[in-house]
Design a protein around this ligand. Structure first.
Ligand SMILES: *Cc1c(COP(=O)(O)O)cnc(C)c1O
Length: 383
């Protein structure tokens, strides 16, 4: 059985840490912060990312992203910042997609100038925009697809081909797709990052991050990451490993429900537009079709002007208005009120984020339950 066609097998069995003492079905948890060491061999220490549970989960993340190696971090931002600081130095330039996670954009604005790293943000990532942004000191391209909150899809192959032609490192934030829907390493991307707080954790109760890459790149990353000290505690590593066992089941269900929901919403008179990569109407549907397995659990939509958005959120009974995403429970947010509230209205509009846009994260509830909740909330929020 190939890994590609057996994601659930990989989720359950890859990086198995065997209980050789009692033969238990699940991995033992090793919480020691110090291990037998007499000056030879490897000194195991949680901050060195090398305790038994960390190493086993890293093997699972490497298998899931089809790379040679991985590291597990204390948050998505710990993973992202370690990648930047490991592969960039003073005088280097990086090209970033504009539509990246807010925390990543904040990191660039707050830390790059201070450390002598320059950056260019590009609106739509394609060969032309990359060529325009390219400088003699460019070292890395950083993308995120599908993007938040508009679900824009970047052609991963175009990015990696351009990077290879110009000897640049490539990194992707693969959080929205999850390893179930998209494996960027197969399209030539070097470094694959996840906020494991989202689909990998999946139950809205873990904060973690992962980086999957070649052994050489992971060795380079490790040298910097151990100085910043952002490893994940072994108890949380255990929770994350437990969650990932059902990742394939959850993401398949969430993606299938999201697809049907997106189709239903697009046909609804009270909905003005729907952004979902699986829809034929999506501007990059053909690219999504090429590089994604399912189209994911995330979507965004704009309600018609006959609906009062704030009332709509107030009337939802099952779907929770909440900031984070990718849990087993469906959540919704208004970027204007939350994730993008610090941006001036004009800048939000320039980025294509309508003030009435709502971002929806599909949980594992039945489609009928979600549709019924949305329909009653629409009925109760007509102006
Ligand atoms: C949440 C998120 C992050 C940051 O992850 P944390 O675990 O909160 O540090 C990065 N990228 C994307 C796409 C996210 O959704």
């Amino acid at each position: 059985m190939s890994k590609l066609t057996s994601p659930n097998y990989v989720c359950v069995h890859a990086g198995d840490l065997k209980d050789t003492t009692f033969g238990g079905a699940t991995a033992p948890i090793y919480t020691s912060t110090t291990y037998d060491y007499r000056g030879e061999g490897t000194n195991l220490y949680p901050r060195y990312f090398n305790t038994p549970n960390q190493v086993a989960l890293a093997q699972k993340m490497a298998a899931l992203e089809q790379t040679e190696a991985a590291l597990i971090f204390g948050s998505g931002m710990a993973a992202i910042s370690a990648v930047f600081m490991a592969f960039l130095k003073q005088g280097d330039h990086i090209i970033l997609q504009r539509a990246i996670y807010g925390g990543t954009a904040h990191f660039a604005a707050a830390e790059f100038d201070r450390t002598g790293i320059s950056y260019t943000m590009i609106e739509h990532v394609d060969e032309e925009s990359l060529q325009t942004a390219l400088k003699e000191n460019t070292r890395m391209i950083y993308i995120e697809t599908p993007s938040n909150p508009l679900l824009e899809v970047v052609d991963i192959e175009v990015v990696s081909a351009f990077a290879k032609a110009n000897s640049l490192k490539t990194a992707i934030d693969n959080t929205f797709a999850s390893p179930i829907n998209q494996n960027p390493a197969n399209y030539g991307i070097d470094i694959i990052i996840h906020s494991a707080t989202k689909y990998l954790g999946g139950h809205s109760d873990i904060c973690a991050g992962t980086v999957s890459a070649s052994q050489v790149d992971i060795d380079r990353l490790w040298k910097t990451a151990k100085n910043y000290g952002g490893s994940l505690s072994d108890v949380t590593v255990h929770l994350l490993e437990r969650s990932i066992k059902t990742l394939g089941l959850r993401v398949k269900q969430q993606s299938e429900t999201a697809h049907k929901l997106a189709v239903a919403l697009e046909l609804n008179q009270d909905v003005e537009s729907v952004n979902y990569p699986g829809l034929e109407s999506h501007a990059q549907h053909e690219i999504a079709k090429k590089q994604m397995r399912y189209y994911g659990g995330m979507m965004s939509f704009v309600l018609s002007s006959k609906i009062d958005d704030d009332q709509f959120l107030n009337h939802l009974k099952v779907i929770k208005p909440a900031l984070s995403l990718a849990g087993v429970e469906s959540t919704i947010l208004s970027p204007r009120l939350t994730s993008h509230s610090l941006l001036p209205a004009k800048e939000r509009r320039e980025q294509g984020i309508d003030d009435r846009l709502l971002r929806f994260s599909t949980g594992i509830e039945e489609l009928e339950v979600l549709l019924e909740d949305i329909m009653q909330a629409l009925e109760n929020s007509r102006k």
